[in-house]
Design a protein around this ligand. Structure first.
Ligand SMILES: Nc1ncnc2c1ncn2[C@@H]1O[C@H](COP(=O)(O)OP(=O)(O)OP(=O)(O)O)[C@@H](O)[C@H]1O
Ligand SMILES: [Mg+2]
Length: 211
């Protein structure tokens, strides 16, 4: 059986990843594909527990290095128990964030050394790489506006990472752009400032070569 296709979505907060991930799943299923959705950190019991620990607003928030290790532990579990088995069974796997987020957040964002992060990523996921990564790029204004709208609509407050300052988010965006520049075959950048339908058209087009 042919191995399945592995697609990841990346980008800053509020760029529309979760929205487009859901659309992609529905569209692929309409075409008769089996699709497994995962989110990072999360997707297994252990990884969801880790997600809770990372996002919690405690005084004892994880330091940069322990945050990195927690993310990688969650990813290792997700790859081994969910992503690999699904791909081996010929299914599509669509993940809301994956390894590139580690490079962007812990590397470009927090300043941990990129070379080490790349090796640790490869170790955690046993060298698994996405076939396609869709980078949704939005301006800081768009990101802020969407997060505020969501907070108002859902009566929630931004989590610890979402509350990091403007400079952090600027480094993140520039970091993602550099990653895309270094791997143009794998990473497709989509301008995600437009409405959901407009963004979706580009997302769907970018997956054509795998369908
Ligand atoms: N293209 C769009 N235009 C306008 N609003 C959008 C668009 N895409 C998503 N939204 C809205 O913006 C908010 C953030 O979208 P979404 O949750 O999909 O982003 P995300 O990248 O998953 O965010 P996070 O990083 O916080 O998980 C949601 O309230 C969503 O309904
Ligand atoms: Mg989301």
């Amino acid at each position: 059986m042919a191995r399945g296709t592995f697609i990841t979505f990346e980008g800053g907060e509020g760029c529309g990843k979760s929205t487009q991930v859901r659309r992609l799943k529905e569209a692929l299923e309409r075409e008769g594909h089996e699709v497994v959705l995962t989110r990072e950190p999360g997707g297994t019991w252990l990884a969801e527990e880790i997600r809770r620990l990372i996002k919690d607003q405690e005084s004892d928030a994880p330091c940069d290095r322990s945050e990195l290790l927690l993310f990688l532990a969650a990813r290792a579990q997700l790859v081994k128990n969910v992503i690999r088995p699904a791909l081996d069974a010929g299914k599509w796997v669509v993940s809301d964030r994956f390894s590139d987020s580690t490079l962007a957040y812990q590397g470009y964002g927090r300043g941990l050394p990129l070379g080490i992060l790349k090796e640790m990523n490869a170790f955690a996921c046993e060298n698994l790489k996405p076939d396609l990564t869709i980078l949704l790029d939005v301006s800081p204004e768009t990101s802020q506006a969407r997060l505020h709208a969501r907070e108002a609509a859902t009566h929630t407050v931004a989590d610890r990472i979402e509350q990091a300052g403007d400079e952090f988010h600027a480094r993140l965006r520039a970091g993602f752009a550099e990653l895309a520049k270094a791997e143009p075959e794998r990473i497709v950048t989509i301008d995600a400032n437009g409405g959901p339908n407009e963004v979706w058209e580009d997302v769907w087009k970018s997956t054509r070569r795998f369908r």
